[in-house]
Write a protein that binds this ligand. Structure first.
Ligand SMILES: Nc1ncnc2c1ncn2[C@@H]1O[C@H](COP(=O)(O)OP(=O)(O)OP(=O)(O)O)[C@@H](O)[C@H]1O
Length: 277
């Protein structure tokens, strides 16, 4: 039985349903995300991942049910205050085009530290370092950066106000494989070092299994499985999850019959597969 108390829970979905007109998009989503977890969300296109993510910072409201952040119903929290504590990074560049890199990253910290610009100046340089960007890019405009650099600036901007929660919607979808690998390493390190709670939407099952402390698999608005990567690989709960992970297993050259068995050796093989990724 879980010993997680309400205080340890960063985000909670309580019986969330969402419909657009007649179309049901999320059905009775119940999920508790403990502080400091890195949740990856994966599923077919249109399965409700972005919808679920955007409910945390109130960009989307549920049709019924309650979303809690730090134990508080988000509907009762001022959206501006709520969003200051929640970083948000999405695919592609969403930087302000008319602002330099420094102005982009310091935008929210400047709102928060109105009188202490030196503190913000130092924080921006620290975040540049953390996301692996040289400070000589600070005076450039977004159009003068590569896609990977823009993505890193977007992550630095999302993190710059030191939020407790980071929402990422396919943040590495628009970059090449090498940059993607580097960004994955960096976001893992940032998560380890800051203890931030991360929700991360991806279409890449390898990325979901590699980055997530827990993986949420959605299909047609319903949770198919929620568990650690080893668990998902070793014991897929539904045919949908089985199909999703089978290609990953082939990539790792693991015998499916052994992975599917509910045995310790299955989990050990799954761990070995993850370590080899
Ligand atoms: N504002 C809207 N009005 C009507 N339907 C919407 C709206 N926003 C999303 N939808 C629909 O809700 C469903 C879920 O969308 P959502 O973006 O949450 O899915 P997703 O799992 O993130 O998809 P993808 O992986 O393709 O990004 C889709 O069928 C989508 O077309």
């Amino acid at each position: 039985m879980s010993t997680t108390t309400t205080n340890d829970v960063a985000i909670e979905y309580r019986d969330i349903c969402k419909a657009y007109g007649e179309k049901s998009v999320l059905e009775h989503l119940n999920l508790r995300i403990p502080r400091g977890e890195f949740i990856t969300m994966i599923g077919s296109s249109g399965s409700g991942k972005t919808t679920a993510l955007k409910m945390v910072n109130r960009l989307i409201e549920p049709t019924s049910g309650t979303v809690l952040v730090d134990g508080h119903d988000v509907r009762e929290t001022d959206p501006i205050r709520l969003r200051r504590n929640i970083g948000y990074a999405i695919q592609g560049s969403v930087l302000f085009p008319h602002m330099t890199v420094e102005e982009n990253i310091s935008y929210v910290p400047n709102l928060l530290n109105k009188h202490d610009h030196e503190r913000t100046r130092k924080a921006v340089r620290t975040w540049m370092d953390i996301v692996g960007l040289p400070c000589d890019l600070l005076e450039r405009y977004p159009s003068e950066l590569s896609g990977g650099q823009q993505q890193r600036v977007g992550i630095a901007r999302a993190l710059a106000a030191s939020p407790d929660i980071l929402l990422m919607d396919e943040p590495f979808g628009a970059v090449d494989e090498i940059t993607r690998g580097q960004l994955q390493v960096e976001i893992s390190r940032i998560h380890r070092e800051t203890g931030i709670t991360v929700m991360f939407v991806t279409h890449d099952i390898g990325e979901a299994l590699r980055l997530g402390t827990h993986v949420l698999v959605l299909d047609e608005g319903k949770v198919q499985q929620y568990g650690a990567s080893e668990e998902i690989l070793a014991r897929p709960a539904t045919a949908f999850v089985e199909q999703l992970v089978s290609r990953q297993r082939h990539a790792c050259d693991l015998p499916e019959d052994q992975l599917c068995a509910c045995t310790h050796s299955g989990a050990a093989r799954a761990r070995a597969a993850l370590a080899a990724m």
